[in-house]
Design a protein around this ligand. Structure first.
Ligand code: GLY
Length: 561
């Protein structure tokens, strides 16, 4: 009898739990939405839409606002990628990734013995790639913008001048970086102080730089006073960036990677971002399995995704680099037969050690902090942008007199074949440093369609974990029928071939699942502070409304109407 009571109680509890899960619904709007890392930026983008601007106007406004309110990753001193889908179904992509300086060379981070010099590619002026964000913003505006540029940039100028309110998470993040800001810079930057939640951060020098961009366009950044301040300070710190580097920078329109997963069409970023290719590899490797029959986040689910991710990251390390510099066999790498063959060594009975997985054989071929925002406008256009300084506050160089932080994107190159970068990713010749080459990225701004209609706009920060977070969220929605916020809230895990560990978010997976995985030969890394990504996404609901998924791991917010 007691057993029956217990059974009834358990059943009731699981029904209650299921109900609780279903109730996790994000912000719902009728027409338009912006989801970004900060409410102020989402609101600025949404206000632009409400004034009649389109998704591209909102992209410009949101991007520039994030450079002010979210200095850890929002930027004008970094770069990124945009994938878009217009309301007529046309799609495209913009690459505004940083590139290596003209005088960069393959061994620039090695000492005389050929060893990688610690921190040289991550901290200080040597770590900086030529920023692409401002060029990217103007490419987008010139091609698609509809409101006056002044209206799009002014909110960011006002925020920089009048100040932003620091959140608790921001205070912690800034306080953790103070020592490195002090170490790198020759003056006291606006970021150097002990922060508490509620403090106001004013950035007058940044406001003036934004005004030069407002008044002189792209030249307000890559030429004139801003460029002079940039080159002078980087040179003072021993860096190698010149006026010529800045003047030559151009954003590039690219053809995105598009592929089908079951009934869905997925469009994502192509090289130099590895996201689209790896996402295609992973989803196509998963496609032969009846995923919805496997319990979500169960042992089997973690196994399947881990093995798929392991094989894809091994290919990433060997084959992928800047497509303008190296030949990459994209079609072969995403071919269904090739991927099925790669999965032949997968067994439910035991882990495949990464030491036994190399890159696949392609015939005839020789080789965390970022931020993402998603926008859908009232006209049905959709924009997914991932942008970054690379690690939090990039190189920690804050251009003296100009107030913006410079990236440390040079670390995304492979400084030496086989030696891991800050994300533990290894690379090969394909991602070696060369003058004016773009470093390989994991960014994965992605758009999902069903039956020719917009379904989802998604992306995330998280360095090497970006691709696997996007993968899990796509599966959450298309295989497990979750809403956008419920999907974003799910605990996440990640495997990247090397190191051969499954990273898991704390408290997200039961002891039983972890023990079973360990008994199958998987090593698990679960630290208390570890979160994986901050996914900001929009889902088009069957009735045409939009549901935002704003990641609670950060201060992220969805705003719309
Ligand atoms: N900086 C991280 C990435 O681009 O993947």
């Amino acid at each position: 009898m007691k057993k029956i009571h217990l059974l009834i109680l358990c059943t009731l509890l699981s029904i209650l739990n299921a109900c609780k899960k279903e109730k996790t619904i994000g912000v719902i709007t009728e027409k338009a939405m912006v989801v970004s890392a900060r409410e102020e930026a989402s609101k600025i983008g949404s206000d632009i839409l409400q004034k009649g601007g389109n998704a591209y106007d909102a992209m410009v406004a949101t991007h520039l606002a994030l450079a002010v309110v979210y200095p850890v990753a929002g930027n004008i001193g970094g770069g990124g990628f945009m994938v878009y889908r217009n309301n007529d179904g046309t799609k495209g992509a913009l690459d505004f990734r940083e590139k290596a300086p003209i005088t960069a060379h393959k061994d620039m981070y090695l000492d005389s013995l050929g060893n990688v010099i610690e921190n040289k590619s991550t901290l200080g002026a040597h770590a900086v790639g030529i920023p692409g964000s401002v060029a990217g913003v103007f490419e987008v505006y010139d091609k698609f913008g509809s409101l006056p540029f002044t209206a799009l940039i002014q909110p960011a100028i006002d925020l920089a001048r009048n100040g932003i309110t620091i959140t608790k998470k921001q205070a912690n993040s800034l306080n953790n970086a103070t020592e490195r800001f002090e170490k790198v810079n020759t003056y006291k930057t606006v970021f150097d102080k002990k922060w508490t939640a509620g403090d106001i951060l004013k950035q007058e020098a940044l406001a003036q730089t934004l005004e030069r961009i407002r008044d002189f366009g792209k030249d307000g950044f890559y030429k004139g006073k801003t460029a002079d301040l940039f080159v002078k300070y980087v040179t003072e710190l021993g860096g190698i960036i010149t006026h010529e580097d800045l003047e030559k920078y151009q954003a590039i329109w690219r053809t995105p990677i598009s592929f089908n997963y079951k009934d869905y069409t997925i469009t994502s970023m192509t090289l130099p971002a590895s996201g689209g290719i790896c996402l295609a590899q992973m989803l196509k490797s998963i496609a032969p399995y009846d995923v919805s029959e496997i319990e979500h986040n169960s042992t089997q689910y973690v196994q399947l995704l881990t093995e798929v991710e392991r094989r894809s990251y091994a290919d990433r390390a060997n084959y992928l680099g800047d497509i303008d510099f190296v030949k990459v066999p994209i079609d072969s790498l995403t071919d269904q037969k090739y991927l099925n063959k790669r999965m032949e060594s997968f067994s439910w009975e035991k882990a495949t050690p990464s030491s036994e997985v190399s890159h696949g054989k392609i015939l005839g071929y020789e080789s965390d902090e970022t931020t993402h925002y998603s926008i859908v406008d009232q006209f049905g256009n959709a924009v997914a942008v991932t942008t970054t300084l690379n690690t939090g506050y990039g190189s920690k160089v804050v251009v003296k007199g100009a107030g913006f932080i410079l990236n440390n994107e040079m670390d995304d190159f492979s400084s030496k074949p086989g030696v891991p970068n800050v994300y533990g990713l290894v690379g090969s010749k394909a991602n070696a440093i060369a003058p004016e080459k773009r470093m390989l990225s994991s960014m994965t701004p992605t758009i999902v369609e069903k039956d020719g209609k917009l379904k989802m706009v998604i992306g995330t920060p998280g360095g090497s974990t970006i691709i696997t977070s996007v993968l899990q969220n796509i599966l959450n929605v298309v295989e497990y029928d979750m809403g956008m916020q419920a999907s974003v809230d799910q605990p996440r895990f990640h495997h990247q071939w090397l190191p051969d560990v499954i990273r898991m978010e704390p408290n997200g997976f039961t002891k039983q699942i972890k023990s079973k995985l360990e008994s199958l030969g998987y090593e698990i890394l679960e630290r208390n502070s570890l979160i994986i990504g901050r996914v900001d996404a929009i889902l088009v609901l069957p009735n045409g409304q939009l549901e935002g998924g704003a990641d609670k791991r950060g201060d992220d917010a969805a705003v719309g109407f």
